[in-house]
Design a protein around this ligand. Sequence first.
Ligand code: GDP
Length: 140
Amino acid sequence: MDLTLAIIKPDAVEGRKIGRILAQLEDAGFSIRAAKFVQLDEPQAGAFYAVHSERPFYEPLKRFMTSGPILALALEHEDAVTRLRKVIGATDPAEAEPGTVRAQYAESKERNAIHASDSDETARQELSFFFSSRELMGAA
Ligand code: GDP
């Protein structure tokens, strides 16, 4: 079984969507192996999204991701990265398949409720950004 990283973003935490999103992830077959509330600061949000540092939405994205607490999750499933990307839906909720997390809970392309790692390599890096190996002990 593989692990991937999900983040319930500040809009969904503030909007009290955590319970519904976790239920949807569990119903989709994911096991929650670690979970942590984090308040990112600007350098941390910048480091997490460094791949987007040249994009016009980088500064607003950092402001959004530091605007309130987030819930980081280590999720286990067979083929976890691909599975989770399917369950969350497209970045822009207007393009997300009906029933996906973003189709239901995202407000906009930026305030889109949830993050999921986009490759196995990214998942490893992003899991270690939030969790120590001890915190992931017992997980795959
Ligand atoms: P993801 O992998 O589906 O989350 O999408 P990306 O890696 O392309 O973008 C990372 C995050 O940046 C997205 O989830 C959004 O929160 C934000 N974002 C992406 N594209 C845009 C955009 O065109 N405008 C704004 N304002 N935010 C964006």
